[in-house]
Design a protein around this ligand. Structure first.
Ligand code: PMP
Length: 386
């Protein structure tokens, strides 16, 4: 029997999306492909709630989306402020430094996020071109105050780059209304498509900053100058070539974004919140503590949960024996002390209860003492209470 994939990406995907991957491959100049690529670009803009933004759909993983944002917006010597909530914020800093930026970190303790006021204190010192923030840090399950930070950056005339890889189409985000300049993501999490696509919606201020560059973009593959005409052509119903598009993945993206918009973004965000609440209720009932330090900084797209006393990372293997795949920790200082459960995309009560049940049985096998069914019962109560 196939295991249920409940890691924080890749996740379980809809059948229609997987079928698009298995459909006969179209040529990239085929009118049917031109039409679906154009539609996928429009849909991406809708999912980011960014009517004025330029969408980019490029073959690669989320790390490429991060590098695309940095390579096009940052020039050597520019100052960047990294709102650091963990592993993926460190990765952003590494990419920024490789592209010649002078990086300042504003950090919080593991499990917490810097406050908007702390970030403001840094911006008041002036000189920053860009501030980056990880919407949900997948290493810790921490949700950053992205609305406040995006608005703050706009107030200070600093470009904001939001890494939505573990958030897009799962956590509330209004790119245009909040004034976020770049939202970058990848296909394999709440966007609902197997790994392989880097996705960005780039707002007008960021596009203008790219146009005003004094130095060329250091990478040909990353240069918006190569990709912008391609995205514009497909959206206008015309073929164009720079590098062969991943035809089947783009097809799958179009299908998934269509399903997301049909569900409705607000309904989808609410479903993710409802499932996350029920997971939290289950963990608490099982006597497990979560890594995020407060509800305000707890993501809805995954749970990062400490192993209880006497249980170690072998729990992850035991959960797999029970038919569900969860992930170990990722934060460098704490990784042996917690596990992670992704709850994104098509997650609903069935997957939720299957996962809590598997974790319960694995905990029991690991010697943790609790009333069997306590987690399931708490999850059920949470789901029922609305
Ligand atoms: N940012 C975040 C928040 C992520 O969770 C990930 C992947 N887990 C990445 C960036 C990098 O994406 P990828 O692994 O697809 O390169």
């Amino acid at each position: 029997m196939r295991d249920l994939l409940m890691i924080p990406g890749p996740v379980e995907f809809e059948q229609e999306v997987l079928q698009a991957l298995g459909a006969p491959t179209l040529g990239h100049t085929d009118p049917a492909f031109i039409s679906l690529f154009g539609r996928a670009l429009k849909r991406l803009r809708e999912v980011s709630l960014a009517p004025g933004a330029q969408p980019f759909v490029i073959s690669g993983s989320g790390t490429l989306a991060m590098e695309l944002a940095v390579a096009n917006l940052v020039e050597p010597g520019d100052a960047a402020l990294v709102v650091n909530t963990g592993y993926f914020s460190d990765r952003m800093a590494k990419i920024l430094e490789r592209h010649g930026a002078k990086v300042t970190h504003v950090r919080a303790a593991p499990g917490d996020a810097p406050s908007v006021a702390e970030v403001k204190g840094h911006l008041e010192r002036g000189g920053f071109k860009v501030v980056t923030v990880t919407h949900v840090d997948t290493s810790t399950g921490v949700l950053a105050p992205v609305e406040g930070l995006s608005r703050l950056a706009r107030e200070f005339g600093v470009l904001s780059v939001v890494d939505g890889v573990c958030a897009t189409a799962g956590e509330v985000f209004h790119q245009d209304a909040w004034g976020a300049d770049v939202y970058l993501t990848a296909s394999q999490k709440a966007v609902g498509v197997p790994p392989g696509l880097a996705l960005l919606t780039v707002g007008p201020r960021a596009m203008e900053a790219w146009r005003q560059r004094r130095t060329p973009v250091a990478s040909v593959y990353c240069d918006f100058a190569e990709w912008l005409p391609i995205m514009e052509a497909y959206e206008a119903g015309k073929p164009a070539y720079f590098a062969t598009p991943p035809v089947n993945l783009v097809h799958a993206l179009d299908v998934s974004l269509g399903l997301i918009l049909a569900e409705g973004l607000e309904a989808r965000f609410a479903r993710h919140q409802r499932m996350a609440r029920a997971f939290r209720a289950a963990w608490a009932a099982l006597g497990l503590r979560m890594l995020p330090v407060s509800e305000a900084v707890t993501a809805n797209t995954l749970s990062a949960v400490y192993y209880p006393e006497g249980v170690d990372a072998s729990l992850v293997g035991r959960v797999k024996t029970e038919g569900v795949v969860v992930a170990g920790g990722l934060h460098p200082d704490l990784k042996a002390r917690y596990f992670r459960v992704g709850h994104m995309n098509r997650v609903g009560p069935a997957d939720l209860l299957a996962t809590v049940g598997a974790v319960e049985r694995a905990l029991a096998a690991s010697g943790h003492r609790f009333q069997p069914g306590a987690g399931l019962s708490a999850a059920e109560s949470s789901l029922t209470s609305r």
